[in-house]
Design a protein around this ligand. Structure first.
Ligand SMILES: *Cc1c(COP(=O)(O)O)cnc(C)c1O
Length: 436
């Protein structure tokens, strides 16, 4: 597999280099140089394959010989050890539940695959890799779970004190072993700044092999293509043969980029819906052709999508040849404020009993707005990116008391272990020097 930089100023690399570098030296994003569509024999038979079998075929098509066939199969079975079912919520309307992994959010797909891939590449060397990651909530939990007890890798997570939910904090701070949490007396931006500075610090980089785990790593993107194809397969298996529309609740637009990768590999789809909260940079771009970052980003109840300058958007553009007209043919954009989001959570719950987290509700709204413009029936799918219990405050305020899955309630009784730290880089550096 060869990967190029979207800024075209850095040399092409193989998969291992792209995964450990994270970002190319020219600050672009790594992208595969080619997408060979899977043969029609695959698409004809896809309804008979499991998620893991589909994952193998998609990964193999993308990665090629960078990981030998049998190793890749094992790696996938280890990383994707949970399901992604579609649940029928209304006539011709399905929810793709992406929250059945260990942190109960869709970021488990990316984090677990990245951990398995890094660990595979590291087996051959004797190197110890140190992952540094800043989180505003969901990323940290998925990364912590994904890398937990992975040989040759340790993880340091920085999170803003008092600015993540109880459950999120417990997910970051209770694992122990090779996962450590630093509780920063500042904002998410402060955490991110500290991590960025560490990667630029000569003393640290000459002493340690540092790596990042944020959403721009290509290893996080690849596994997200798996569940789009699995959605298509599940619809086909259920006998639904209408055109498919998929609505993606979006922040940094990694998730939607992976959907477009599935399309580039040959998955039949009528439309993707790029649905956001009021951080509506991409829906606005689709309408006006003008890309205007929102800074600082606006706070909403779907806070994992509070992104004012989506980091994966260059990938989405590259996948569509940087052509706005092509993008508009495949992708429609919609956005909603918190009132509309709450109203959708309440409406769907009262009519169907289905409980949605705020991000999921945004996706539901985007799907409905689009399908209402059509004169033909379609199979509509909205992605559920997190279990509702991860956003219990809002959920209970809107739809009343709900059950918490055992896995999350057990977590709340565990004791938090985090090291408090200031926003001063010298403190962070001293801690790393002493503790890595
Ligand atoms: C990260 C996240 C999103 C946004 O996904 P992107 O790939 O950044 O667009 C949506 N919902 C939840 C719950 C998330 O954690």
């Amino acid at each position: 597999m060869k990967l190029y930089s979207t800024n075209h100023q850095s040399p092409d690399v193989d998969l291992a280099e792209a995964v450990f570098r994270g970002l190319p030296p020219d600050n672009g994003l790594y992208m595969p140089t080619e997408f060979k569509p899977l043969p029609s024999s695959f698409w004809d038979n896809v309804q008979n394959l499991s998620l893991q079998e589909i994952a193998f075929e998609i990964a193999h098509a993308l990665i090629g010989e960078d990981v030998p066939t049998e190793d890749l199969r094992q790696l996938i079975n280890r990383a994707i050890d949970f399901e992604a079912p579609i649940v029928k919520v209304e006539e011709n309307t399905y929810c793709l539940e992406l929250f059945h992994g260990p942190s109960m959010a869709f970021k488990d797909f990316g984090a677990r695959f990245m951990a398995a891939l890094m660990s595979y590449f590291l087996q051959k060397s004797q190197k110890q890799i140190h992952i540094l990651v800043a989180t505003s909530g969901d990323t940290g939990g998925a990364v912590a779970q994904g890398f937990y007890k992975t040989p040759n890798i340790d993880v340091t997570i920085l999170y803003p004190s008092g600015k993540v939910s109880d459950i999120q904090e417990k997910q970051l701070t209770t694992l122990g072993e090779n996962v450590r949490a630093l509780e920063v007396s500042g904002t998410f931006d402060d955490c991110q700044k500290l991590v960025k500075q560490a990667f630029l610090d000569k003393d640290l980089t000459s002493k340690f092999d540092l790596a990042s785990a944020n959403s721009i790593n290509i290893a996080r993107l690849i596994p997200q293509a798996f569940y789009y194809v699995s959605t298509y397969a599940q619809l086909k298996k259920s006998g639904a043969d209408l055109p498919v529309v998929i609505s993606v609740p979006s922040g940094n637009f990694g998730n939607l980029s992976a959907g477009i990768i599935a399309w580039r590999l040959g998955m039949p789809i009528k439309k993707f819906i790029a649905t956001t909260n009021v951080n509506n940079v991409v829906p606005t771009y689709l309408e006006s052709g003008i890309y205007e970052p929102i800074s600082p980003s606006l706070s909403t109840i779907s806070n994992a999508m509070d992104v004012g300058n989506p980091s994966n958007f260059p990938r989405m553009k590259a996948l569509l040849d940087n052509d706005l007209e092509k993008m508009k043919e495949l992708v429609a954009g919609y956005y909603y404020n918190d009132d509309a989001t709450r109203a959708a959570m309440k409406d769907v719950y009262e009519r169907t009993g289905y409980v949605m987290c705020p991000h999921t509700a945004v996706a539901y709204l985007g799907l409905k707005s689009y399908t209402n413009t059509l004169n033909e029936p379609v199979s509509g799918v909205f992605l559920s990116t997190a279990h509702y219990a991860k956003f219990l405050d809002v959920v209970e305020e809107v739809v009343g008391k709900q059950d918490i899955p055992q896995r999350l309630s057990d977590l709340l009784s565990l004791e938090k272990q985090a090291t408090p730290i200031s926003t001063n880089f010298a403190d962070f550096k001293a801690w790393l020097m002493e503790n890595l």
